[in-house]
Ligand binder design. Structure first.
Ligand SMILES: [Zn+2]
Ligand SMILES: [Zn+2]
Length: 293
């Protein structure tokens, strides 16, 4: 698919999402072009090849995700190139961040801010790197985590594609992502057959998961699990679990009339996040648009 076709498909999806969810117009207009830029990068950027041959399907079946088995970041990943391209897209989408983003781009270009430090840290030590950047370079942690999450998504989405292509079919029975280990941001239930698919916003992976178990705490009690609906909207709901108090925005799909984009849908349905958080539930995973408090 050429870049232009991809852009126009994305534009159509965005226009339809705005038409159906006018309350999310501002968010969709801001995030749409950022997501489009991420897609371009995933499809076109040159990344060093990783070796996926040591991923063990037996471990996967036991719930050990790909990222726990091999390092999905390479020391020579083109972090600067990805970061500069994304800061440009974010500046266009969110002009009020322009000043801070220009400063970030400048620090990255002059090697004063070494992004590789973050991606090379041991899991759990990321906050130390962020704290050091905050102290030494006076960088706002929220803007920095936003940029890092955008960069991370580009790398992880490409590697999720490569890893799943290398693996072929594999069994996965967990509520967190088989590739990057994050919990889902949105689910899709096919009306025809009723299968539930969970979607990971950290890497773009989708996987099937039973409808009668909570993806977050694995509680199996169909009658205590409820779906919350907004009046007059039968296609949108939120799965709620009364044990762990988490919710998962869920879409119903009747047929395949329109191309769906799960990243766009997750943002378009932010009103569900507001309603569920008002009721005291928490999202299964934090995304830039669903941290409302
Ligand atoms: Zn993932
Ligand atoms: Zn639960």
């Amino acid at each position: 698919m050429s870049g232009n076709t991809e852009t126009s498909v994305m534009d159509q999806i965005l226009d339809r999402a705005i038409e159906q969810n006018p309350h999310s117009k501002e968010l969709l207009k801001a995030f749409g072009p950022i997501i489009a830029r991420q897609r371009q990068l995933v499809n076109s950027i040159n990344l060093p090849k990783l070796d996926y041959s040591s991923i063990d399907k037996v471990k996967l079946r036991a719930g050990v995700s790909v990222i726990e088995q091999i390092n999905l970041f390479a020391p020579d990943d083109p972090l600067t190139e990805i970061a500069l391209s994304l800061t440009e897209a974010v500046k266009e989408a969110l002009p009020k961040l322009a000043g801070e983003l220009d400063r970030l781009s400048d620090l990255i270009q002059k090697d004063k801010l070494c992004l590789a430090d973050y991606f090379a840290t041991q899991p759990g030590d990321e906050n130390k790197t962020m704290a050091r950047w905050g102290n030494d370079l006076k960088i706002s942690p929220s803007n920095m985590s936003f940029l890092l999450s955008l960069i991370e998504r580009v790398l992880l989405e490409r590697r999720a594609r490569e890893a799943t292509a290398a693996l072929g079919e594999f069994a996965w029975e967990k509520g967190y992502c088989p590739v990057c280990g994050e919990f889902p941001s949105i689910a899709l239930i096919e009306e025809d057959g009723g299968k539930r698919f969970l979607y990971c916003s950290s890497c773009g992976q989708e996987w099937r998961y039973t409808r009668v178990i909570c993806p977050y705490c694995e509680k199996e009690a169909p009658k205590e699990m409820d779906y919350f609906y907004v009046e007059n909207k039968t296609q949108e709901s939120a799965f709620v679990c009364d044990q762990c108090k988490k919710y998962l925005v869920t879409l119903y799909r009747a047929g395949r009339l329109h191309v769906r984009d799960m990243d766009i849908s997750a943002i378009a349905l932010v009103h569900m996040d507001m309603i569920m958080q008002d009721k005291g539930y928490e999202p299964m995973t934090a995304c830039p648009w669903n941290i409302l408090k």
